[in-house]
Design a binder for this molecule. Sequence first.
Ligand SMILES: Cc1cc2nc3c(=O)[nH]c(=O)nc-3n(C[C@H](O)[C@H](O)[C@H](O)COP(=O)(O)OP(=O)(O)OC[C@H]3O[C@@H](n4cnc5c(N)ncnc54)[C@H](O)[C@@H]3O)c2cc1C
Length: 275
Amino acid sequence: MPRFVSARNGVILATGGFGASDALVRQWAPEFASLPTDNSPGSTGDGLKMAEALGAAVEGMGNVMCVTGVKSRRNIAVRLASPADFIYVNDSGKRFVEENEAQDTLVTAIRSQHDGRCFVIFASKTESGLDPLTRKSLYRLLVAGDVFSAPSVEKLAAILKLPADNLARSIRRYNEMAVQPGRVGKCLAMPCTLLDSGPYWGYEASLKIHYTAGGLRIDGKGRVLNKKGRPIPGLWAAGGVTGSVHGANCTSGNGLTDAFVMGRIVGEQASAARL
Ligand SMILES: Cc1cc2nc3c(=O)[nH]c(=O)nc-3n(C[C@H](O)[C@H](O)[C@H](O)COP(=O)(O)OP(=O)(O)OC[C@H]3O[C@@H](n4cnc5c(N)ncnc54)[C@H](O)[C@@H]3O)c2cc1C
């Protein structure tokens, strides 16, 4: 049921993104329609729609960011935090991208593989370094049969139905790069975890909508702008509902920073305003 609130100094929209709205994702980024999301069910873009009805401009709406989760019917999140800890391979068992690339580059690379299939491969050194919550989720998915572990690369390849020789070659080359980074590749940028001792781990990845970087157009004070670029009197917005902050990629840690920094700015603006 709608509730009506009388706002004396103005209104701040802080309703987050629209990753949980299939309709909005379909409208603005149809290539990602029907993908699952790790967003809260409240990320339905309500504030966005309300502001648009007042003539607000939007920007970057196609900038929908995805992350790789475990392909599973269970809603258990496992995300290996550091790209230094695993490799992606396609269904030929071959590495096809540097795992530390920007999120949009990774997603494009994954989607361009045969049938869009991608597998996450790691080994015991990564598993032993996981935080307790991630490890717990990983083992739940292992028991459920969505994540796999095997004593050797060959056995893991057989379980995942990947060509064993290709997978072994991908891992060997990656380990060589980890020890001797050379002139290209992610191990130049970060110390890579060796995949050199069993058990070896793997799962098929699935893309999930993680962050909708587009949203309301705002200025540096968080004022919501109309289509002519003028502030709509009394209307501010901060955080995930806005689209003027991140561009195509919201780099790790910047989502909360955006919400806190712009939240403070618009709070100060609105409390000082006299409409
Ligand atoms: C799984 C996951 C992990 C993340 N990890 C990180 C991280 O490590 N670091 C980082 O910086 N960022 C991270 N982010 C991004 C970060 O969570 C967001 O950038 C941040 O929460 C945005 O804050 P917000 O207040 O703008 O929106 P939200 O946190 O989405 O809050 C908006 C709130 O408004 C509510 N709402 C929406 N519509 C209505 C309505 N009509 N009426 C009433 N309430 C409504 C929603 O239910 C929600 O509670 C992560 C996001 C996800 C999904």
